[in-house]
Design a protein around this ligand. Structure first.
Ligand code: SAM
Length: 253
């Protein structure tokens, strides 16, 4: 997969391109990340990319021309068609489902806004998808782009090793992930749940599924309402609810 990023701060991506899973994916040739500064596509000597907002008021706007020129040149740098994504607080919310869809594409071209954002005419004519990483306002699209790059990068075939497998992560099957524990078995903060030490793989699988269901019910009931539970899932969740109510009562009394 190739990802081109149009950003006024290309250096922003240097560290995240070197470390962890995404760094490994880039080094292994699974992900080709290229950053481009719109200033390099300007023709005036001041390399200007922004101007005042029409209608008055504070703030600058990223202008059409430098971005149009940059988009045209960057598109032509590779043969694969690019989906142009503008990171914007006004975009559709980024979800794991959308990440999976984007991770399967050959090429993304990410546009990072600054100031008041990008001239609306460029957004209307050039952008295929506006994506938001949440209902808050960042000072620039770079952090949002880095989030997207990480999320799609780790899903590239071969990017994760087995122990980091993505298939059981939160949201993959509509639920939150179960809790995880490692050594030591006993610690001042408590013991590891006994079933995880039993070696009984069916029982472990059952416990993990139940924890996933229970956690989702406790923390993100909105997710539960979007999926259809099997009869076994409903039984596991009911059992979890009863245990949870008992524990709550025990703490109170
Ligand atoms: N005036 C814009 C608004 O209120 O919708 C906010 C502009 S913001 C200060 C500057 C840039 O940060 C945006 O153009 C966008 O690229 C990026 N940005 C801010 N919040 C974001 C979010 N939640 N998700 C994705 N990108 C965001």
């Amino acid at each position: 997969m190739r990802i081109d990023v149009l950003t006024l701060f290309p250096d922003f991506f240097a560290a995240s391109a070197e470390v962890g899973v995404v760094g490994r994916a880039i080094r292994g040739g699974l992900l080709d990340l290229q950053c481009h500064n719109p200033r390099d596509f300007t023709v005036d000597k001041h390399r200007r990319v922004d101007d005042r907002t029409f209608g008055g008021g504070p703030g600058m706007v990223m202008q059409v021309e430098p971005l149009r020129a940059a988009l045209a040149e960057v598109r032509a740098m590779a043969a694969a068609p690019a989906l142009v994504v503008y990171l914007s607080p006004q975009g559709e919310r980024l979800t794991q489902r959308r990440v999976r869809l984007l991770a399967g594409l050959p090429r993304l071209l990410l546009l990072c806004g600054r100031y008041e954002g990008v001239d609306e005419r460029l957004v209307t004519r050039e952008v295929d998808l506006e994506l938001s990483i949440g209902d808050y306002v960042l000072s620039g699209g770079e952090l949002a782009a880095a989030v997207l790059i990480d999320a799609v990068g780790r899903l590239q075939e071969g990017a994760l090793n087995r122990s980091e497998s993505a298939s059981q992560d939160s949201f993959e099957d509509g639920l939150l992930d179960c809790p995880h524990y490692s050594r030591p078995e006993q610690d001042a903060y408590g013991a590891v749940p006994e079933v995880l030490m039993s070696g009984d793989h069916r029982a472990i699988q059952r416990w993990r599924r139940q924890q996933s269901l229970g956690r989702t019910w406790l923390r993100r009931p909105d997710l539960l309402s979007r999926i259809t539970l099997s009869g076994e899932d409903r039984r596991l969740l009911e059992e979890f609810r009863l245990q949870w109510a008992e524990q709550k009562n025990a703490v109170r009394s």
